[in-house]
Design a protein around this ligand. Sequence first.
Ligand SMILES: [Zn+2]
Length: 145
Amino acid sequence: MTSFDPLTRQWTYSVTYNVSYAEDTPFFHALGKNKLLGSECRKCNYRWATPRTVCMTCGGKTEWFELPLAGRVHSWTTCHFSGEPYLAECPFHLGLIEFDGVDTLFMTRLAGMEKPRIGMPVRAQFRRKKTWSVNDVYFVAADVS
Ligand SMILES: [Zn+2]
């Protein structure tokens, strides 16, 4: 036998991962209570809209603070492809949210908007059935009830 067609086959592969959020755990517990937490440096007062245990500006320790649940769209994009858990939802909008008094942006999904606008007022919504992931929060137009 000098040549042959390679034999191929397919099967579904499933793996269960155990994930630890370690020092970011308070952020996820807050999501479970429909709150968003940011991190503030005790030394230089820089404020992140995301979990940080150490200040990337000065190296100081940070502490948690409650983010406002309303902000504005800083920028956004439409995702036409995604990782497997969200493929069925494509296309969807991903946005960077800016908050008053916070130095960085929060990346999240924008829901219920045909076409978001930069500067558009938005507010947080939380999933009723928690997944204990960043997908437990998404933002909608501020004027939607
Ligand atoms: Zn600092």
